[in-house]
Design a binder for this molecule. Structure first.
Ligand code: PLP
Length: 371
């Protein structure tokens, strides 16, 4: 019945394979080591008040917007709090793309939700892949000026990990002036805050920046993100968003995370993550089965295995021990690539031990022969 009545494009559409969904059948969250969704490794503790829970929250809770404004140094009228950065992506597409007519442009390998939200809305997806050095193909972008309404850039990139150079972002902004919204997804910007382009909002009316509390702030379960843009863009997005997008408990917890002690904890977490990431990258580089470790400015490391067989062997050996990482090998130019989120020191050392152990019990050669 649903198949007969639903919009045609939904019938064959595959929903986002979130890290959680991919392992939904593998039992409880407990006892597993989750290194597949770029989450932080430990939760914080927060106070939630139910004093006004009988009332609808503000459309944009003031405590939350003020706290994020202070942290980001962006004025409240240039901020929109959303149900995760994912909702920001969806709102931008629904606001700027006429269904069955307009297109978005993405630069793969990149974050999967841009294309999924577009498909869901009936917007086409133009692909201009990143170059071999994971930077923007400016010639390719130029060829698409006038053909797209929204350009999604991700810096630091997911799953690649590297920052785009500010010069490249600037060139892209200049190319698409007047013809498209240029979104810079800064989900991981806390790992290199000096590289944010948020201060450019005054210069570029078509610049939109996405932020989230899911990564460096360790609040993926909260579902809270922010869209930073000029006020006319915010006003337009506000017409499309739900009337009460941020629940009161979400605003309470997020405000606490954005107060001074919360910011200090975030900073410490970022520093610790940077150290563990460096150690993991060094270890990976020394492994004979590892061909390439990509530079990362975020809380994960992407690496390329010598063969598809070795990639599967490593992935499956880890799954067998309840350690979950993310296979990125289906993405453009990422054959044989896996991505590991930076968990705790203990989790990463278990991961290394597990891989080492599986190679001593099964030599790489037998792996190759079995396949
Ligand atoms: C995780 C992530 C998001 C989504 O963040 P939420 O706030 O959890 O919805 C958006 N963009 C990129 C690049 C991400 O990695």
């Amino acid at each position: 019945m649903a198949n007969k009545l639903a919009r045609k494009e939904l019938i064959d559409m595959v929903p986002y394979q979130s890290a959680r969904r991919l392992f939904a059948s593998s039992g409880a969250m407990q006892g597993k080591i989750w290194l597949n969704a770029n989450e932080a490794s430990g939760p914080g503790t927060y106070q939630v008040s139910s004093d006004s829970i009988n009332r609808y929250p503000d459309f944009q809770p003031e405590n939350l917007i003020n706290a994020y404004s202070q942290y980001s140094e962006i004025a409240p009228e240039n901020l929109l709090a959303t149900r995760g950065a994912d909702e920001g992506i969806e709102l931008i597409i629904r606001t700027f793309c006429q269904a069955y007519q307009d297109s978005i442009l993405i630069c793969p390998p990149t974050y999967g939700m841009y294309a999924i939200s577009a498909e869901n809305h009936g917007a086409d997806v133009i692909k201009v892949p990143l170059t071999e050095t994971m930077s923007l193909d400016l010639t390719g972008l130029k060829a698409n000026v006038g053909k797209t309404k929204v350009v999604f850039l991700c810096s630091p990139g997911n799953p690649t990990g590297n920052l785009l150079s500010q010069q490249e972002i600037k060139t892209a902004l200049e190319l698409f002036a007047e013809t498209a919204i240029v979104v810079v997804d800064e989900a991981y910007i806390e790992f290199s805050p000096e590289q944010s382009v948020a201060s450019w909002l005054n210069t570029y009316p078509h610049l939109v920046i996405l932020r989230t509390l899911s990564k460096a702030f360790a609040l993926a379960g909260l579902r809270c993100g922010f869209t930073l843009a000029n006020n006319d863009v915010i006003t337009m997005l506000s017409k499309v968003i739900a009337p009460y997008p941020i629940s009161a408990p979400v605003a309470d917890i997020a405000s606490e995370a954005l107060a001074q002690p919360g910011l200090e904890k975030m900073s410490t977490r970022v520093q610790e993550t940077d150290i563990l990431r460096g150690q993991l990258a060094t270890w990976l580089t020394a492994q004979t089965w590892c061909n390439e470790v990509f530079h990362s400015d975020a809380n994960f490391v992407l690496f390329r295995c010598q063969s598809n067989e070795l990639k599967d062997f490593i992935f499956n050996s880890l799954v067998a021990q309840g350690i979950l990482i993310r296979d990125q090998s289906k993405q453009q130019n990422l054959a044989n690539c896996l991505r590991i989120s930076i968990g705790s020191e203990r989790e990463l050392s278990l991961l290394q031990q597990t891989i080492t152990h599986s190679f001593t019990t099964t030599t790489a050669q037998t792996v190759a022969q079995e396949n």
